[in-house]
Design a protein around this ligand. Sequence first.
Ligand code: PGA
Length: 257
Amino acid sequence: MVKEKLFAKMSRKKIVAGNWKMNLIAQEAIALVEAIAQLKQNNTAVELMVFPPAIYLQALQHTSLKVGAQNFHPAEKGAFTGELSLNQLKDVGASIVLIGHSERRELFLESNSFLKEKVDAAIAHKMPIIFCCGEPLSIREAGTALEFVTQQLTESLFHLSPAQIVDVTIAYEPIWAIGTGKTATVEEAEAMHKGIRAAIEAHYQSSEIADSVSILYGGSCNATNAAELFACPNVDGGLIGGAALDAASFIAIANAF
Ligand code: PGA
């Protein structure tokens, strides 16, 4: 059983993704991507990707790193002032999108049903997804974190077919750990990742499907704590905020596998 789990982990995609949020200007973004590409050398065990502010996607599209968009609007086009469509993001080089980051949920009031629309739009565009989920502190303290996260997945993601869900990457990011310097303990992270995998298995009635979905951890993950987090049987990489803004620390995290 342990051997099987180990094999399942080895066969899943390993990803370290940098979410730059609303940081950097063009010159800094280009310099950061160049520094990361140079430092990454031949590390092919882990897929590295960055999510810059969308206005810099075009300038970064020829890097050897995968570049993605932090956000998009699910409509094809139209009267959505200030928003960007998937066609526009593809046009400037985005090849993956984040959906449901907690800052989108909390600050911009994106609901599970709106995020479902985004999931469907991305699937229709054959655009790969990192779907973010995670609970606020009050829910963690109430002891209902797994139920909360399972509901987020159920309402936005579990309508996908088996063939569609296996291509989705999930990022678990406890809100109380984002940008706070407070990381989930290894036990807390592993318990939630295991719980998410069990929820996928229960919904799709398939351990094969559950075992094939990569689940990343996010929330104050850095060069110091990445190795022990990534050693967990159900943690397949990280979605990194603050520590992704420095090439050396981002690469140190990638090398923590
Ligand atoms: P952090 O952010 O690493 O700065 O906590 C992670 C995220 O929000 O994706």
